[in-house]
Design a protein around this ligand. Structure first.
Ligand SMILES: Cc1cc2nc3c(=O)[nH]c(=O)nc-3n(C[C@H](O)[C@H](O)[C@H](O)COP(=O)(O)O)c2cc1C
Length: 155
């Protein structure tokens, strides 16, 4: 079986958000999943070609000023038109790390990926309030779920 790629794109402005991105990557790279290669890129590093060659995507953003992070918006702006006609149906998952809310970031990302006609594999994960180890577990499971789903071809 040929290997598929899961692209993970998260902004990580703090140690907590770095832990979430790492946990997502670790879950997606779980040894039980043999035929999916997880790739982590920051929004600045990620390109349209990374999206075009992926079989699924996990997006992770902080909520800043009631919206997605500026870096995530830059990423989505850069990839939007190059991907528009080529990634319809792309399975994706989203997590939002917020101080106390997360809805603004969620809706802003969902509006754009709806335009791209990407397909959510599950409702967005909102991680807000005091940082705790459950957030890390949740991101690990999120990465593993999406990666396993891609491997099984269920999306
Ligand atoms: C410029 C700026 C704007 C922010 N705006 C929001 C906001 O509108 N809503 C919210 O819930 N959190 C907001 N936050 C908090 C961030 O989401 C939070 O710092 C981020 O999730 C990282 O979390 P950490 O402090 O646990 O590392 C903001 C943070 C910054 C730096």
């Amino acid at each position: 079986m040929t290997s598929k790629t899961l692209l993970i794109v998260c902004n990580t402005p703090s140690p907590n958000t770095e832990q979430l991105a790492q946990a997502t990557y670790n879950g997606a790279s779980d040894e039980a999943i043999e035929h999916v290669t997880a790739i982590f890129k920051t929004p600045l590093e990620a390109t349209a070609n990374d999206v075009l060659t992926a079989s699924g995507i996990v997006l992770g953003t902080t909520e800043n000023f009631g919206y997605m992070s500026g870096l995530m918006k830059d990423f989505l702006e850069r990839i939007y038109y190059p991907c528009l006609e080529h990634t319809e149906g792309m399975p994706y998952a989203l997590y939002v790390k917020a101080g106390n809310d997360g809805e603004g970031a969620r809706t802003s990302v969902e509006r754009i990926v709806t335009g791209l006609r990407w397909k959510p594999v599950q409702p967005a994960t909102l991680l807000s309030g005091d940082f705790n180890s459950e957030f890390i577990d949740t991101c690990f499971e999120l990465g593993m779920t999406v990666s396993a789903g891609i491997e099984a071809g269920i999306y």
